[in-house]
Design a protein around this ligand. Structure first.
Ligand SMILES: NC(=O)C1=CN([C@@H]2O[C@H](COP(=O)(O)OP(=O)(O)OC[C@H]3O[C@@H](n4cnc5c(N)ncnc54)[C@H](O)[C@@H]3O)[C@@H](O)[C@H]2O)C=CC1
Ligand SMILES: CC(=O)C(=O)O
Ligand SMILES: [Mg+2]
Length: 594
């Protein structure tokens, strides 16, 4: 979408209202989801854009179209069929797709995202109908630049989500099917933060797969060979990063679901020189810290007095640990090394000890405990750790379902009046415990947040909301802040600002029976607060490249809202092909692939 002059703000980064130039007519227009209105094209538009004869006579409103689409959606027999229906709707009509989800957000969130999206990804090659997004091939590194260049001019792309498909949600290596997680995360940026759907790019880096089922599947669509690692992998990622920076210098790069040994390493490599973000490390860390801060407010424990156990010290677990450690250090003035001592990380072999040095990942090292702290290092399973440490907070990012047993929860509740318990593994079947059980075993005292959505739980005649502690509550707002400020980098301080803005919106601050985090239906509003905080910090620290950012709070908020895309039909203005911009020709972004 080209820049547009706004009466209040002058030249805006993104134009999201008013008529849109369109150079497409006839069936080309109907086949371009970003412009297509189907039966919603007005009589006037039908004449101008050569659509008469291609559509039934009756002009319908978006509301009528929404009713029909919802009836069709509801008639699908199961969640995966509903997900497939939504994918085809997205390929037909961008406005109708986003508006339908917006109107039924609570119901549809779990269909277009975790857990159903996990099933769709596992079945990618079986359900495939048409390609969406950018597929880059490790065997053809020489083509990466040109393959990426097809997606637009330098100013056309604001937000890229890239995955290599190795550690998708909690379901492991999904190879090329990972493209669907890039797409799903971008759908959330539009839905939850108004990022323009035609200015985003989903990418999968196909490096092969170690998933035997996929390798043995005749219909598998990705590279049918074991994952390529080492130098060749690093060169492939580097070629992608350099090409992306050169071709789309203003694009913010969001890494998603890379494997344990690459996620952190890649983030650390590129973070100092470009605006990039790893959702599993940083997004999960930010949202969990915000939930912990809200929970500690209810339980009346200071962050610097808190003890936390993390079960599953992989990408997400150590991302959470880092965010919490840094917040403790900032609050208390302790060194990061001392602040890390508030956190006990338990993984497959039990508590992480310094003597396991050669088995620790670099991200785990600073959380490994001195062996001398423990009487018997051979007995350091989760229950023993809970008994010895008496933590206030227990987080699960292990993918091990049922690992928070009755004994563990009872033990937590016996030493802490309001234990904060967060089984965060996705999808739902991998949660470390069911909130209903946690509530019962803790006699209604636990403050619970989960990685996938759960209904409220009841205990002793009271109802408690279960917050969804998923990075989807914060990454869209952080991304919006970076895109609008055109941030050079995403600094730790910008992340801290995001966490504070999110924690301040926790419903539990007002009523302890409410969720620790805002409900998904409120995330679009929450994103405005997060974006505002991120932009402010970017300006203060000299990281904002956009120079039209308003300085007073109220105008800044209006400036942000004005640039958030809304799913409404805008009038189309016919322009000649000779003079048309890429957008008027039916832009290539996610919503425009045809
Ligand atoms: N709620 C949210 O926002 C997020 C949730 N997650 C979820 O967290 C889980 C982990 O994801 P990642 O950290 O990306 O994976 P990962 O593979 O990097 O980490 C998993 C860790 O759990 C450990 N683990 C596995 N089995 C275990 C067992 N039986 N006992 C103790 N530790 C065990 C592994 O050794 C590894 O260190 C997934 O289910 C994912 O969906 C991840 C990111 C965000
Ligand atoms: C939520 C998310 O990013 C994950 O489960 O990987
Ligand atoms: Mg993820």
């Amino acid at each position: 979408m080209p820049c547009q002059r706004h009466p209040q703000f002058g030249q805006l980064l993104l134009g999201t209202s008013g008529p849109q130039d369109c150079a497409l007519t006839g069936s080309a227009l109907l086949n371009t989801p970003f412009f297509n209105k189907g039966a919603g094209f007005t009589a006037e538009e039908r004449k101008h854009f050569k659509l008469t004869g291609l559509l039934p006579q009756n002009v319908q409103t978006l509301e009528q179209q929404l009713k029909r689409a919802y009836d069709q959606y509801s008639s699908r027999r199961d969640d995966l069929a509903k997900n497939t229906f939504m994918i085809s709707l997205a390929a037909q009509n961008t406005v109708l797709y986003f508006r339908l989800i917006q109107e039924h957000l609570k119901e549809m969130f779990s269909i277009i995202y975790t857990p159903t999206e996990g099933d769709a990804i596992q079945n990618y090659s079986r359900l495939f109908r048409r390609p969406e997004g950018c597929f880059l091939n490790i065997n053809d590194v020489g083509r990466v630049h040109d393959d990426l260049a097809q997606w637009g001019a330098p100013e056309d792309i604001d937000y890229i989500v890239v995955t290599d498909g190795e550690e998708i949600l909690g379901i492991g290596d999904q190879g090329v099917g990972g493209i669907l997680i890039s797409i799903a995360k971008l759908v959330l940026t539009t839905l939850c933060a108004g990022i323009h759907p035609n200015r985003t790019l989903p990418v999968v880096l196909d490096c092969g797969t170690n998933n035997e089922d996929l390798l043995n599947d005749d219909l598998y669509l990705g590279l049918k060979k074991p994952r390529i690692r080492g130098k060749e992998y690093d060169e492939f990622v580097d070629t992608f990063m350099r090409s992306a920076r050169k071709l789309y210098p203003r694009a913010y790069i969001h890494f998603e679901d890379f494997g344990l040994h690459n996620a952190r390493r890649i983030l650390d490599l590129y973070r100092p020189s470009m605006a990039c973000f790893n959702d599993d490390v940083q997004g999960t860390g930010c949202v969990t810290l915000a939930a912990v801060m809200a929970g500690l407010h209810v339980s009346n424990v200071k962050l610097e007095d808190m003890r936390m156990v993390i079960f599953g010290a992989g990408t997400a677990g150590t991302g959470i640990a880092d965010q919490v450690r840094d917040a403790i250090a900032a609050n208390s003035g302790e060194s990061k090394e001392d602040a890390a001592k508030h956190i006990w990380c338990v993984d497959k072999p039990g508590l992480l000890f310094k003597s396991h040095k050669e088995k620790l990942t670099p991200a785990q090292t600073c959380y490994a405990r001195d062996d001398s702290e423990w009487l018997d290092t051979s007995r350091s399973d989760l229950l023993s750790v809970i008994k010895a440490v008496k933590p206030h907070v227990l987080v699960g990012t292990s993918t091990k379902p049922g690992s928070f047993t009755r004994e563990i929860i009872t033990e937590m509740a016996s030493h802490t009046p309001r234990p904060i318990i967060m089984p965060l593994s996705n999808p739902t079947r991998l949660h470390e415990a069911d909130p209903k059980d946690i509530c019962e075993w803790s006699k209604g005292t636990a403050l619970i947040a989960t990685g996938s959505p759960f209904p409220p739980v009841k205990y002793d005649g009271r109802e408690y909301e279960v917050a969804e502690c998923n990075n989807s509550t914060c990454f869209p707002g952080i991304g919006l802040g970076c895109v609008l400020s055109r941030a050079k980098l995403l600094s730790d301080k910008m992340l801290v600002a995001a966490v504070k803005a999110l924690a301040a919106q926790s419903p539990a601050l007002k009523d302890p029976d409410k969720g620790l985090l805002p409900d998904v239906v409120d995330v679009r509003e929450i994103s405005v607060h997060i974006a505002k905080a991120v932009i402010r910090e970017a300006v203060v620290s000299g990281l904002a490249r956009e120079d039209g950012i308003p300085s007073d709070e109220e105008t800044l908020e209006a400036w942000i809202r004005e640039q958030m895309w809304d799913p409404v039909y805008r009038p189309l203005k016919l322009v000649s092909k000779e003079k048309a911009t890429k957008y008027a020709m039916g832009a290539l972004g996610l919503a425009g692939v045809s």
